[in-house]
Design a protein around this ligand. Structure first.
Ligand code: SF4
Length: 335
């Protein structure tokens, strides 16, 4: 398949249109206010698989508690996981912590600016390395997140699967052909915001698009082409609620999911659960059922006022139960 690129002679006009639009329509985000390498590093880890709206309050809290890379590196992992609680995909928090320790120990606390050094840090793949290079160091490199992938695939009317090696190579080449000579931060931010607010998934607002004169998309709502979504498997997970003297019993997750977090212990199916809730994780739709049970010797009690880091579904289930009845009430019933 032949794909025409935007001619070199037109890219200055493309950049001017995009820059003008970004000046008046770009999003104000807390990590953009002062894009230090540390702020960008934190935001990029948080934004992996999570929306901007969900990340903002976490980012603000994080920068208050861990204002610089040395503070983060010195913090206990349990504090790091506790502050991440509710954001999900906890391996990101552990990797961010390890990356901070590595930068502090090996780079004198200075986050590297070159792609190979960035890639050598825990949890940093090609996308995150490029994003840090562009947003923190203003480098002109292709930054290909989901929003920019969509914009680029549509601009070039790329009608093949973008998740294959050929598809990724094409997007890299096409995005590189759009790069300005300077101002990599603004360029990547503008393309990202264009994808998030105008060239949206399924419903592009082409009449409001500052670069529609350059766009070759024929049926943009059909692009980019991706493989069919994986089928979702439904499972039920029974967990236990056990409480004595205002302490709840938990076990440390054996991993790999939720490693380093504390979860409700395994439970038995019951026709009358204390709480049920449904959540999604990777390709599973999980119905979480909670039964009341006596504590086992290998379970650990934690005071309700000082719980360790817990994954969202288990913390929510706990909150649901405690909202229905007081802990003492449940303890009496069991007794
Ligand atoms: S013209 Fe439409 S499809 Fe093309 S980049 Fe703009 S919003 Fe996206």
């Amino acid at each position: 398949m032949r794909v025409e690129m935007i001619p070199d002679s037109m890219t200055p006009d493309f950049h001017t249109s995009l820059r003008r639009w970004f000046r008046s329509h770009g999003r104000e985000l807390p990590w953009r206010a002062a894009p230090t390498p540390y702020a960008v590093l934190v935001s990029e880890f948080m934004l992996q698989q999570t929306t901007v709206a969900a990340v903002i309050p976490y980012f603000v809290r994080w920068m208050q508690r861990f204002p610089d890379i040395a503070t983060l590196a010195a913090a206990p992992e349990s504090d790091v996981l506790k502050l991440w609680e509710g954001l999900g995909y906890y391996s990101r928090a552990r990797n961010l912590h390890r990356a901070a320790q590595s930068v502090t120990a090996q780079c004198g606390g200075n986050i590297p600016s070159d792609l190979p050094s960035l890639r050598s840090l825990p949890g940093i793949g090609p996308y995150t390395a490029a994003a840090i290079a562009a947003f923190a160091f203003d480098q002109c490199v292709p930054v290909l997140d989901a929003n920019i992938n969509r914009v680029v695939a549509r601009l070039f009317n790329y009608r093949e699967n973008i998740t294959t090696k050929a598809g990724r190579d094409f997007l890299e080449l096409a995005a590189a052909s759009l790069l300005p000579k300077s101002g990599g931060r603004r360029h990547a931010s503008a393309l990202m915001d264009l994808g998030a607010t105008v060239c949206r998934s399924g419903e592009p607002n082409c009449t409001a698009c500052p670069v529609h004169h350059f766009c070759k998309a024929v049926d943009p709502e059909e692009l980019p082409v991706k493989p069919p979504k994986k089928t979702i498997t439904e499972i039920t997970d029974w967990r236990s609620f056990s409480l004595t003297d205002d302490s709840i019993f938990l076990i440390e997750s054996p991993g790999p999911t939720w490693r380093g977090l504390w979860i409700l212990p395994p439970g038995e199916p019951t026709p009358d659960p204390l709480a049920t809730l449904v959540y999604s994780i990777t390709r599973y739709k999980v119905t979480l059922g909670i039964s009341l049970i006596f504590p086992q010797p290998n379970w650990t009690p934690f005071p309700l006022s000082n719980l360790p880091p817990m994954p969202s579904p288990h913390r929510k289930a706990l909150r649901l139960i405690l909202a229905k009845k007081t802990p003492r009430c449940l303890a009496r019933e069991e007794a």
